[in-house]
Design a protein. Structure first.
Length: 744
């Protein structure tokens, strides 16, 4: 809040009769000019500025603007000469007095051309706009305190500039309702003057924003007695807004204090105003238009004109021309806490306490003491923090040293030249060397030269964004033994972004390496044994298939022929029927023998090749199951690229895959694609069945899938099973062809 000394009470001025003022101005105009006295004013050094005020001297709004113009000119343009004229248009009818004023000015300022004219209020501007060419031709005009909503009647915009009078009616109503939350009615009061009509028009346009909360009424053009009668009928929860009430319907002019007493019904209602001169006269406050701001803005525009800056017709409105201003006494009267006022509010009539009187000394001493105390506290805190940080650093170093020295993993640091700068106890024990000896050596004394040549550029390429590097290498100990270590390194960068050193954490994985190698050998032996078993099994199947086909098949065929001949020589119908039954059984047995022989070893695989065997099996197996299928071949025939073992393995996988489709997939279509490439043979079988989930693919109970993988893995191939539930399954096989067979 800004504290302002109490405003001086202003006395009302009684209105002289209009016809007396008119005759007085006519007589002044008729008097002969005084050349000597007049010319002295206009011939002094410095520019001449004529200030033309719409109202009379003693009007608080006019006086505040005139006083501010005078102070700004005295402070910044002391050589300028101000001549101030008051038109008294509030207490007189402008239509009656303007002709007399024109005659007076024509006589008084004949041959005395001012550098610029500053007008205050709408009436002064209207007077000059209609008579400038006759009284002050080509003299620039700077207007102030004109209504911001009016359309300026400027026919010739050259040489006219000014600042408009801004009133913030919306925010004034908002703050009034906020400070009086129980209010149910807002009344705007105005007279019938032309200026008041502009202001009340703005007030009326604001009504719809608040009609949902309160009721609005307007009292316009009433006499004082009529206004008292209307106000007396209003409820206590009423807020009165003084929009522009200065003169009642009967022509009586009221001072600001008289207006507040009248509108407030002798203090019954809170009164809010739009003008700063009313604050301190009994109104609560509001967002008021500042006469001081108007005067300062007009003076600075006049400076531009005097400096010769080009100007156009312009009416500038500025937010700083209105300020939130309140009366402390009225706030106390209506029980309004100052904490509810908007930020930056100016409060007048605030009592001056002992603290307020000596506040600058109080805050100066408080600031000095506070600064000293803060300085002492900061210094004390810094000392304590440094001691605490030193103790924590020492403890941290001891913990770090204990952790590093006691851990079983290896910790090594080395510089950019790969010279070892630190090694913990685990490193020394692993290398079977003392710490002093290790620190006198370089990394290349423990790592093979070929591996170190690969490691140097990898380490040198580290950046602050990618500081990590890792690997697995063999190192030599002092006795020449080689052991495996797995390590992770980090490049440590300095403030300038360059590498200061490298740190490596490693562990001995020699035992794990040996176990892994033994496990790999075991797996390889298992695969060789499985491949040998599969080969023996296929050979045995082939032998049994041939024996069944050659011996059992031929015997059954001969038996069938004998039964046929015997049936032709049968003596009776019963014997013939029994012979026919025996022939049917024999033929079914021959079919079973052929089927078993085919399943043990398809003859097409040996006689016609892998591709024909696949096509025959698909036609026979899928066709019997009633599934539609398509068989595609890409590249050359795979038979010429695969040996017997690989062809058999691929065919068995093909058989198992089709069996799974028929038994489990619930499919309606199957796509078989065989691809022969330069270095491999590919097989892909896809169906549109129910699919397979991840658990089924990984399940140890899926012996069919596991058996297929092992058959292909025995020949260094790869088998994958993909699919999702409800979207079918795809089995993909890629079987490499040995180099010697590819060349063949």
């Amino acid at each position: 809040m800004t504290h302002v000394s109490p405003a001086a009470a202003r006395r009302s001025v009684r209105l002289p009769r209009v016809w007396w003022a008119g005759w007085f101005l006519v007589l002044l105009a008729a008097l002969p000019p005084r050349p000597a006295a007049a010319q002295v004013f206009w011939e002094d050094d410095g520019p001449r500025v004529l200030v033309l005020a719409s109202y009379h001297h003693g009007n608080p709004w006019t006086d505040s603007i005139v006083e501010e113009i005078r102070q700004v000119f005295q402070a910044e343009r002391p050589t300028a000469k101000l001549h101030i004229e008051y038109m008294d248009a509030m207490r007189n009818d402008p239509r009656e007095v303007f002709p007399s004023i024109e005659a007076l000015f024509r006589s008084k300022y004949r041959g005395k051309r001012p550098a610029t004219i500053v007008t205050i209020g709408d009436e002064a501007l209207n007077f000059l706009l209609a008579r400038r060419d006759r009284l002050f031709p080509m003299v620039p005009i700077v207007f102030s305190a004109v209504s911001a909503t009016r359309k300026l009647p400027i026919k010739d915009p050259a040489g006219i500039v000014g600042v408009a009078e801004t009133v913030d009616i919306k925010r004034t109503i908002q703050i009034a309702l906020a400070l009086h939350p129980r209010a149910t009615r807002v009344v705007g009061v105005s007279d019938l003057s032309s200026v008041a009509r502009y202001d009340f028009e703005r007030f009326w346009r604001t009504f719809p924003l608040f009609e949902d909360h309160v009721r609005f009424d307007e009292f316009v053009g009433y006499s004082a007695d009529e206004l008292r009668a209307e106000l007396a009928r209003l409820p206590p929860q009423t807020i009165v807004i003084d929009v522009a009430f200065r003169r009642d319907r009967l022509g009586r002019v009221f001072s600001p204090a008289e207006v507040v007493r009248l509108l407030g019904d002798e203090g019954r209602f809170p009164v809010y105003s739009l003008w700063d001169y009313s604050v301190g006269q009994g109104v609560v406050g509001g967002y008021v238009s500042s006469g001081k701001a108007q005067g300062e803005a007009a003076a600075r525009l006049a400076f531009r004109v005097l400096d010769g800056a080009p100007i156009d017709a312009e009416a500038a409105t500025r937010d700083e021309l209105t300020v939130p201003m309140f009366d402390y006494a009225q706030l106390q009267r209506f029980g309004i806490p100052m904490g509810l006022l908007p930020p930056g509010s100016v409060v007048v009539n605030q009592p001056e306490t002992l603290y307020w009187k000596y506040r600058y000394y109080f805050w100066s001493v408080t600031l000095v003491i506070g600064t000293l105390l803060t300085l002492v506290m900061v210094l004390t805190s810094n000392v304590l923090q440094k001691r605490r940080a030193l103790r924590e650093l020492q403890a941290s170093r001891q913990r770090y040293r204990a952790i590093v020295e006691d851990q079983t993993e290896f910790l090594v640091r080395f510089d950019k030249l790969f010279r070892i700068t630190y090694a913990n106890s685990a490193v020394c024990a692993f290398l079977r060397m003392s710490r002093e000896k290790v620190l006198s050596m370089a990394v290349d004394q423990f790592v093979p030269a070929e591996r170190l040549a690969m490691l140097r550029p990898e380490v040198a390429a580290r950046t602050p964004d990618e500081p990590l590097f890792a690997g697995e290498d063999r190192v030599r100990s002092a006795d020449g033994a080689c052991r495996w270590i797995k390590w992770t390194g980090r490049a440590i960068f300095g403030p300038g972004g360059s590498v200061e050193e490298y740190q490596v954490v490693a562990s001995d994985v020699t035992s794990e390496k040996q176990i892994y190698q033994a496990l790999e050998k075991s797996h390889e032996a298992y695969r060789e044994l499985a491949a040998r078993g599969q080969k023996l099994l296929e050979n045995e199947r082939s032998r049994i298939s041939m024996e069944i086909h050659d011996e059992l098949g031929q015997n059954l065929t001969a038996l069938n022929i004998g039964l046929s001949m015997l049936g032709r020589n049968a003596g009776g119908p019963d014997e013939g029927e029994r012979i026919r039954e025996m022939r049917d059984l024999t033929e079914r047995t021959i079919g079973s023998v052929q089927r078993i022989s085919h399943e043990l070893r398809p003859p097409q695989l040996d006689e016609l090749g892998l591709l024909a065997a696949m096509q025959y099996h698909a036609r026979r197996f899928l066709g019997t199951a009633g599934l539609a299928y398509r068989f595609e071949q890409h590249g050359g025939a795979p038979d010429i690229r695969l040996d017997t073992d690989r062809a058999t393995a691929l065919f068995r996988v093909f058989q198992e895959a089709l069996t799974n489709v028929v038994r489990h997939a619930r499919a309606t279509r199957v796509l078989i694609r065989v691809t022969a490439e330069a270095d491999a043979v590919g097989l892909e079988i896809s169906d549109d069945g129910i699919g397979i989930d991840d658990h089924a693919k990984r399940s140890q109970n899926s012996l069919g899938i596991m058996g297929m993988r092992e058959r292909i893995r025995a020949h260094s191939g790869r088998l994958t099973v993909s699919g999702r539930a409800g979207q079918g399954t795809t089995v993909t096989v890629r079987l490499p062809v040995p180099a010697e067979e590819t060349e063949t």
